[in-house]
Design a protein around this ligand. Sequence first.
Ligand code: SAM
Length: 182
Amino acid sequence: MPPLVAAARAGARASGFGFSCTDGVGRLLAALAATAGDGAVGEAGGGHGVGTAWLRSGLPAGARLVTVERDPARAAATAALFADDPAVRVLAEDWQALAGYGPYRVLFCDGGAKQGGPDAVTELVAPGGVVVLDDFTPSPDWPPTYQGRPDGLRLAWLTDPRYVTVEVGTATNATAIVATRR
Ligand SMILES: C[S@@+](CC[C@H](N)C(=O)[O-])C[C@H]1O[C@@H](n2cnc3c(N)ncnc32)[C@H](O)[C@@H]1O
């Protein structure tokens, strides 16, 4: 595990924050961040910096990473983690502040941004850029269901003609959406 991920996890644990991404998601984030070239990587809802640290671990030289978290204490903890890192900017704001630093080659669409579906974030994503969303429950059905009902959010991503989208397993009981903007 990258040392910064371990440090972020320790901070999250110490403050009782239980919503950090899993290691399976983290490895996916790192692999996607590595595709960013000299562009920008964004994260909406940075939490305690665990996903941020995974994204940073894959970030190419010359790329930059912007994460936004509206909870001031969490944002401050993440900012402390990356205080000496000019490639990482931590914003203690609503996720929509990401608009000032894009477009994004990779966007981890987590806290705040996730529920709005593709319409909420597409303007932030560079053509050819990739959006990732985690925390879905595997579904064998079409349309995909969650708790017995069609999962509208997952369906919106999987059928949006602006994207080429795939759902990938990140654990035996969890999937993520990876959507590449055409
Ligand atoms: C699931 S947690 C984030 C986990 C983190 N991305 C990771 O991978 O470790 C969601 C976070 O989104 C933040 N959040 C919720 N709504 C938000 C908004 N409108 N703008 C910014 N952050 C938001 C919450 O405060 C919370 O810390």
